[in-house]
Structure formats: structure tokens, C-alpha cells
Design a protein around this ligand. Structure first.
Ligand code: 7TS
Length: 404
């Protein structure tokens, strides 16, 4: 069960007023808010044991190294990776994707094929296009339908022996659709392709077991899971991480350096050049503990109630259309009101203290599919309330009266 009063008291930012009104934060798909315990974790690191990791014999360095490596193990357990060194600590989802996309340059040849989906965020499109430019590989796209779901029959037609890599997000950031990733992974692996799943939008709502999925790569960002910005993970099966070359050269990722030849460090350090975001990684571990203590089953049940309530209420507003109507959705609602630009709605309801995102949500192909410039996106988290949804509805009715 979600104890909403207790939870809200743990998020200091939610107590403030914005433009004279209590903050209603419905931009959780962009980034989540942080509980005090995560903020304290960062402060505690810098206040009591700030030191560089993996290189000092002194006490603070060892303390920092232990806390950093403990966080890796928490992440390993959370995502159920077989080995702790299959969890690479990165700067976030975008960074993780680029490590794989750049690494595959050495593994692809002209005429090979890469499949992405029509539901991708730009960070899941551009690195693959760049990979295709470097290698002569061809990018194919799984189409979507009007409900915002992927067409798996069309996906089956795209798969062949030429397919080397399939890349799909677990949940669409623009529409909230939960993709049938187990099926997508199994179908790709049946033709010998590797699969990368982007968990940026799912990881705060769905507990993912990478071994049960059998996925080759899985990526996520801490900041969408109550953790800090600038931190994320790249999970990769050991055999794949060993096949990929390092992404960046530098300190920490080497075994031996001479001017004639350098040998690389073992996993995970081969992909962790330079001083990482030590405080961020430790706080990511704290955020994972916090979310697991709440329980993902509790989180998803409560957020689904918010989703159903908001969907019903929003559809009572005349002229309002929701984009993305799959039955399998996280608590994200993308919508427009007929005759009004989404940006204008965003600006007016901000004056009433309500934070939503407006625009194409870095998923322009989805907007092109619906032939719209963008949407208003309200995305909910477990610390949101039904009363806040009522405030959104009131604000939208007000905005509609002002703008039409
Ligand atoms: N993949 C998906 C599905 C995303 O939603 C995002 C960020 C990213 C990748 C990139 O993550 P980053 O942490 O590396 O930036 N999505 C959004 C969003 O929907 N609004 O702001 C950022």
C-alpha cells in the first residue's frame, strides 16, 4: 500500500509553491523528484568521505570505493544481472546507448541491418543513424498503429539473417505504451540478432529482470528513478561486453600503458574511463533501496489508479484527444485540446503551479505519425495524488476558456 502523506513528506520539493500555487509536478517522464534520503546521501558523501575511488590506499578512498562498488551490487541485484561487472556505470541512458552504438562499428559491415521502432526517443534513433553512416548498415523501422502500439507482424517481416541489432524502448516516453519486449527479444534472437532495450521510461515503474528477459543490453538513467542526474547504467551480457571495444580511452580503463601498446582493464572498468560521478552512483544505490522499500507492485498499482482516474476525467473535457491508447500503458497521458497549441496550454497551467511537458518530447517521428506539432504530456509518479489531477482538470478548463 502507498502511504501518500508519508511519501509526500519525504520529497522536500513538493512542499513549495510555484507562481503562488502549490506545485503540482506532472513532468515525471522528464525527470523524477528526489526524496530527502537521496539528497542526504549526496551531502553525506561530500561532507564525510569525498575521495577518488579505486586508486588510494588511504581510508577515505577505500570508503568511497566500497560505497561505489556496493551501489554497483545493489544495481546488479535490482536488475538481476548475473555478474556485478555486467553493470557498467555511465552518465545516463544516452551515454549507455552511445557506448553500444559506437562499439558496434567494429562488428558491422555494409548491408547489415539494424531495426529500431517507430516509438523511439531521439537518443534511440540518432546514434544508430550515425552507426549506419559509419558502417554502411541499413536502418529499418517497426511501424506503429493508431493506438501507439508496435506492429509485430510487420516486425516479423523485417527480421532476417541480415539483422544484427534490434533496438526498442521498454516504454514510450511520448505515449506511455509498454512494448512487448520479451516477444521482441525472442524474435530477434531467433535470427541471431542482439537486442538492446531502453529502460529509461520503464525503470521507475516496472522491475526488470535482465536474465529472465535474456536481453543482450539494457540501459537506464538514475534521474528517472528518484536518483540524481548524470548517472545511469549499461547492462550487457558478459560475452557482448567483452566483444565491444572501449568507448573512451583514459585513466582507470587500462591494464598496462606504454607508448608502444596499451592493454585494457577487465570489465567493468574497460568502459569506465576517468573519474566517475561517485556521489551520483552512491545516491543511485540509495534511490534503488528507497524504491524497493516502497515496492514496485505497490508503485505500479497506485500509478495505474492515477492513470485510469486522469484518463476518465480528461476525456470529459470537450475537444480533448489522447494520443497513445494502448491497454498496456504506464502513467503517461499525451493529449491536445482542439484548436489550441500545446505550448499555450503549458504556459497557462504553469501559472497555476502545474508542471507538464509540451512539444514533441524528443520523439518527432511519433508526432509526424499523428500529423501534429506536439502534445501536452502529463506523466505521474507514486507521489502524485488524485487531488492534483483534479487541479489539472480545473486548470485545463480555465486555459480552454481563455484560449478559445
Ligand atoms: N530514452 C527514453 C525512452 C527517454 O525517455 C529518454 C529521456 C532518454 C532515452 C534519454 O535519457 P537521458 O537520461 O540520457 O537524457 N526522456 C525524456 C523525456 O521524455 N523528457 O525529457 C527527457
Amino acid at each position: 500500500m502507498i502511504d501518500i502523506q508519508k511519501i509526500r513528506s519525504e520529497f522536500p520539493i513538493l512542499k513549495q509553491k510555484v507562481n503562488g500555487k502549490p506545485l503540482v509536478y506532472f513532468d515525471n517522464a522528464a525527470t523524477s523528484q528526489k526524496p530527502q534520503i537521496v539528497i542526504d546521501s549526496i551531502v553525506n558523501y561530500y561532507t564525510t568521505f569525498n575521495a577518488n575511488i579505486h586508486r588510494g590506499v588511504h581510508t577515505l578512498s577505500q570508503k568511497a570505493t566500497n560505497a561505489f562498488e556496493e551501489a554497483r551490487v545493489k544495481l546488479q541485484k535490482h536488475f538481476n544481472a548475473k555478474k556485478n561487472y555486467e553493470i557498467i556505470l555511465t552518465a545516463g541512458t544516452t551515454h549507455s546507448i552511445n557506448i553500444v552504438a559506437t562499439g558496434f562499428t567494429a562488428l558491422l559491415k555494409k548491408g547489415d541491418e539494424i531495426i529500431v521502432s517507430a516509438l523511439e526517443h531521439h537518443s534511440n534513433i540518432v546514434p544508430w543513424q550515425m552507426l549506419c553512416e559509419r558502417t554502411g548498415a541499413v536502418l529499418k523501422v517497426i511501424p506503429m498503429n493508431e493506438e501507439g502500439e508496435l506492429q509485430l507482424d510487420k516486425y516479423a517481416e523485417l527480421l532476417s539473417k541480415k539483422t544484427k541489432l534490434v533496438f526498442v524502448n521498454h516504454v514510450s516516453n511520448a505515449l506511455g505504451t509498454i512494448n512487448p519486449i520479451k516477444k521482441i527479444i525472442d524474435m530477434a534472437q531467433a535470427v541471431g540478432a542482439a537486442v538492446l532495450i531502453d529502460g529509461a521510461q520503464s525503470s521507475a515503474h516496472i522491475k526488470t529482470d535482465v536474465q529472465a528477459l535474456g536481453v543482450d543490453f539494457y540501459v537506464a538513467s538514475a534521474h528517472k528513478m528518484c536518483g540524481p542526474t548524470g548517472v545511469g547504467i549499461l547492462y550487457g551480457k558478459e560475452k557482448w561486453l567483452n566483444k565491444l571495444p572501449p568507448y573512451q580511452g583514459g585513466g582507470e580503463m587500462i591494464k598496462q600503458v606504454t607508448f608502444e601498446k596499451t592493454t585494457y582493464a577487465d570489465l567493468p572498468y574497460k568502459f569506465e574511463a576517468g573519474t566517475p560521478n561517485i556521489a551520483g552512483v552512491i545516491a543511485f544505490g540509495t534511490a534503488i533501496d528507497y524504491m524497493n522499500a516502497l515496492g514496485f507492485d505497490n508503485i505500479v498499482t497506485y500509478e495505474d489508479e492515477l492513470l485510469q482516474y486522469a484518463t476518465k476525467k480528461l476525456l470529459q473535457i470537450e475537444g480533448l484527444k489522447i494520443y497513445g491508447t494502448s491497454k498496456n500503458k504506464t502513467a503517461v497521458i499525451s493529449f491536445n485540446i482542439e484548436g489550441i497549441h500545446p505550448y499555450d496550454i503549458g504556459v497557462i497551467i504553469d501559472k497555476l503551479g502545474i508542471a507538464v511537458r509540451t512539444g514533441h518530447h524528443c520523439a518527432q517521428p511519433i508526432m509526424d505519425f499523428y500529423k501534429i506539432p506536439g502534445t501536452v504530456r502529463a506523466s505521474f509518479a507514486f507521489y502524485n495524488t488524485f487531488e492534483e489531477i483534479d487541479l489539472l482538470i480545473e486548470a485545463l478548463i480555465k486555459a480552454k476558456t481563455m484560449l478559445l
